[in-house]
Design a protein around this ligand. Structure first.
Ligand code: IFM
Length: 447
């Protein structure tokens, strides 16, 4: 179970806004994240992604790091406003060329580029026209997707339509802690549906452009666990599960919304939408970090509140419980839902407090190695149990801008000094390199 076959895909993931910087350079349009981070009080420590890891200017150096890791694949996202500044119409040549060069640089190093078309940075111009709450944004997305694939599709095989539509819907439109900072049930419902619709419209459009593409999409899936064995807590868990997981899984794979939330969508679904959404996928991506404990809470929106893990349970710097078995449970549960669609774990990783040592040559991130070893082992266990998991991507290559948490939370295999932009490999980088080279989970004590 600790050894994986030669064709299992090992990778690392990043996203445009979290690493690129160059937020207003070379004709790039403003994104909702650019606008959001420049509002006072939105982001911890007043951080912004204006510079981030300066990847826009250092992409070749970063491709060298990916090559040194020896991974098979690198998943990055295209910034919609860098590609198409107004969200529609004119393509920004400099932005297009940046991604064109990135793809070539990866291929030249023997790394398969996995392109994600949307990792949360909607063009601000489209937000001003209604954002995801407006149906038209789904149509604009399909045009943008076709534009990217029209340029990169001759060299890229794996394309992800979305990264975590559920995070955009819940954190961005219900809780208001992510861009565009909206907290409104109606906007949430419309956004959720239009993100699903955009997935379906995008899939249909890209299929009509090319039959060589492997098209998939990615949802952040965290099992929801009732805190107590009571009807109330079980109901609370089922409701949160529908809001977080089901609202994006069920329409895709079953052509319907979950029973517990379905009523909310009646006013926004148009005839034929559920057929438009439930297009066949070539693969499905799971981003997974933890599970959530919940208790009934009639005063809260979903009738459920998150319960912190018990004191004796290990948590990451995000406060997320380290619960590797939840990944196994998640993958096994997905098998029944997805049928024959292969699964890739497109994100898994952890932020821990750590420091570059005195010599500045390595970050001894033993907790991350332990976390990754335990989670990868669960992937092996799921495969042994018959789940068709074909790859695993660590989040993330570099420490980066962790959304409303700013730069304080470091997920990278590579430490980034944000003052100097110096990259320092962590012990987990060496550990992952050994895993990829041998296809076998290394013994953590040897690293
Ligand atoms: O950093 C994020 C990423 O952008 C999406 N998935 C979860 C990660 C950790 O929070």
């Amino acid at each position: 179970m600790d050894t994986f076959p030669a064709d299992f895909v090992w990778g690392v993931s990043t996203s445009a806004y979290q690493i690129e910087g160059a937020w207003a350079e070379d004709g790039k349009g403003e994104s909702i994240w650019d606008a959001f981070v420049h509002e006072n009080g939105r982001i911890a420590n007043g951080d912004t992604g204006d510079v981030a890891c300066d990847h826009y200017h250092r992409s070749l150096e970063d491709c060298d790091l990916v090559a040194e890791l020896g991974v098979d694949a690198y998943r990055f996202s295209v910034s919609w406003p860098r590609w198409m500044p107004a969200g529609r119409g004119r393509v920004n040549r400099a932005g297009r060329d940046f991604y064109d060069r990135l793809v070539d640089a990866l291929l030249a190093r023997g790394i398969a580029p996995w392109v994600c078309l949307y990792h949360w940075d909607l063009p601000q111009a489209l937000q001003e026209a209604g954002g995801w709450a407006a149906r038209d944004t789904a149509e604009r997305y399909a045009d943008y997707a076709a534009s990217v694939v029209g340029v990169l599709g001759d060299r890229v095989r794996h394309v992800a339509l979305f990264n975590e539509p559920n995070t955009t819907a819940v954190l961005g439109h219900l809780l208001g802690i992510h861009a565009p900072g909206v907290s409104d049930l109606n906007a949430f419902v419309r956004t959720s549906h239009h993100l699903n619709l955009a997935t379906g419209l995008g899939l249909a459009r890209l299929r009509s452009e090319s039959s060589a593409l492997e098209l998939g999409t990615i949802v952040n899936l965290q099992p929801v666990v009732p805190e107590r064995d009571t009807d109330e807590d079980r109901q609370a868990a089922a409701t949160l599960d529908a809001f977080w997981n089901g609202n994006h899984l069920d329409p895709l794979f079953e052509g319907r919304y979950p029973e517990l939330t379905g009523g909310m969508f009646e006013s926004v679904i148009r005839d034929g939408d559920l057929d438009r959404i439930s297009q066949p996928l070539d693969w499905f991506g799971v981003n997974h970090y933890t599970h959530n404990r919940v208790a009934a809470d009639p005063a809260s929106l979903y009738g459920a509140s998150l319960v912190p893990p018990p004191d004796d349970v290990q948590t990451t710097a995000m406060g997320w419980e380290v619960a590797p078995h939840a990944l196994f449970d998640q993958l096994v549960a997905l098998r029944a839902r997805l049928g024959a669609v292969p699964i890739f774990v497109t994100e898994n990783g952890a932020a821990f407090r750590e420091a570059v040592d005195d010599h500045g040559d390595l970050v001894r991130d033993t907790k991350r190695i332990d976390y990754l070893s335990r989670y990868v082992r669960e992937v092996g266990r799921a495969r042994a149990a018959g789940v068709d998991v074909r790859g695993y991507f660590v989040w993330s290559l570099l420490d980066n801008f962790e959304w409303h948490e700013g730069y304080g939370k470091r997920f990278g295999l590579v430490h980034v000094d944000y003052e100097t932009q110096e990259r320092t490999r962590k012990a987990s980088f060496e550990w992952y390199r050994a895993l990829v080279a041998t296809r076998t989970i290394p013994d953590p004590v040897e690293t």
